[in-house]
Design a protein around this ligand. Structure first.
Ligand SMILES: NC(=O)c1ccc[n+]([C@@H]2O[C@H](COP(=O)([O-])OP(=O)(O)OC[C@H]3O[C@@H](n4cnc5c(N)ncnc54)[C@H](O)[C@@H]3O)[C@@H](O)[C@H]2O)c1
Length: 350
């Protein structure tokens, strides 16, 4: 199958592209490199032996998208491209509404024009806001609490409307919980620009000594140790779910929504202890008051994805953190340090 991957140079997009290539799919990437560089593409080639076809540009660039659809026999799209920081979205909501929503509109219009109706969309557990009880089920009420979360909800609604008016659309809306970890080779991973806003990149930088300590926000939640609990999922397991979703929507036209998580939560203090074990480093931390808008506990019920997609997260927390740490050790400057003579490990037998 020929698959267009928007945002394929990003964290989850690069891991998914590796798997798609390994499954003999043809991958075409469009990415404007606003939150990445060309380097992950070289790393994808180092892992798979194949350089995906790449267009540097904005998904909102209708002419470029049309050119891509004219040149390649695109059969399905995985739409990762978007802005993803909750904090940034609060500071500059218009930029978030514009980038995330306009990109999706232009993409869907172009797909429709070229009779491509199979779409996998990156949504987020952020659509549940702070109302949901745990474990979170797909049919629980949604109520995003940030402009970022609202862009995901709005896009989910747009896709619902699209499907309601044209039943040729077959769409999977994938609600990710907390993706962490990296490819086992240590060649691709999460490369935050500036101060990390996610827990594991932050822990990695504290362990490296480039950040002094971790700030833990809130130790008075209704959880066993008082700190917040989240459902962390290995990015490679997440990538696998995309592949299975593509297969599923090809055989089951409709609008589908799946939680992607492990179904287990870990508290911040548990994460610190597990990261210390994985890295052999001590993580200094300080406790601060709760942050506004944060919730105490969130983990997925991922039974629907198991039943329909035949997908289940396989990797343990220890694997997630070992892989994240290997990525950090091999790439202390992230992708800024180009691949030179790093040994390429053999492919892991699955
Ligand atoms: N990583 C997470 O914690 C998480 C959780 C839930 C949902 N998501 C969603 O998953 C998707 C991928 O996340 P990620 O972590 O890989 O993010 P990322 O920032 O690493 O990757 C996104 C990629 O999209 C590109 N991009 C952004 N806007 C673009 C545009 N208009 N045109 C072309 N390219 C554009 C960026 O350059 C980047 O390479 C995003 O939609 C994000 O909202 C991520």
């Amino acid at each position: 199958m020929t698959i267009l991957v928007t945002g394929g140079a990003g964290y989850i997009g690069a891991h998914t592209t590796v798997q798609l290539i390994e499954q003999n799919h043809d991958v075409v990437i469009i990415d404007n490199l606003s939150h990445s560089t060309i380097e992950p593409l070289r790393r994808i080639e180092a892992i798979t032996g194949e350089m995906p076809r790449f267009y540097q540009g904005n998904v909102q660039d209708r002419q470029l998208l049309q050119l891509i659809f004219q040149r390649h026999n695109i059969e399905a799209v995985i739409h990762f491209a978007g802005s993803k920081s909750v904090g940034e979205s609060v500071a500059d909501p218009l930029a978030y509404y514009h980038n995330n929503i306009a990109s999706t509109l232009v993409l869907c219009q172009t797909m429709s024009r070229f009779n491509v109706f199979n779409l996998v969309f990156s949504s987020s557990a952020a659509v549940y806001g702070n109302n949901a009880s745990v474990p979170v089920l797909e049919n629980m009420p949604t109520q995003a609490t940030s402009p970022y979360g609202r862009t995901k909800l709005m896009i989910e609604q747009i896709l619902e409307d699209l499907h309601a008016t044209d039943s040729r659309w077959s769409i999977a809306r994938l609600r990710y919980f907390n993706p962490i970890g990296a490819h086992y080779s240590g060649l691709i991973g999460e490369d935050p620009q500036g101060l990390p806003s996610n827990l594991v990149p932050y822990l990695s930088q504290v362990a490296m000594g480039s950040l002094e300590q971790l700030a833990v926000f809130g130790d008075d939640y209704d959880t066993p140790d008082g700190t917040g609990i989240r459902d962390f999922i290995h990015v490679v397991d997440l990538a696998d779910a995309h592949q299975k979703s593509l297969h599923f929507i090809a055989g089951h036209p409709g609008l589908h929504t799946f939680n992607l998580g492990t179904g287990r939560g870990h508290s911040v203090l548990e994460m610190i202890a597990a990261f210390e074990l994985a890295s052999g480093k001590t993580i200094p931390y300080t406790i601060h008051p709760r942050r506004e808008g944060d919730i105490g506990k969130s983990w997925a019920c991922a039974e629907l994805a198991k039943a329909k997609l035949g997908w289940q997260a396989k990797r343990t927390l220890q694997q997630m953190l070992q892989d994240a740490w290997r990525w950090q050790l091999q790439n202390p400057e992230g992708y800024e340090q180009p691949l030179l003579n790093q040994p390429i490990p053999l492919r892991m037998a699955s």
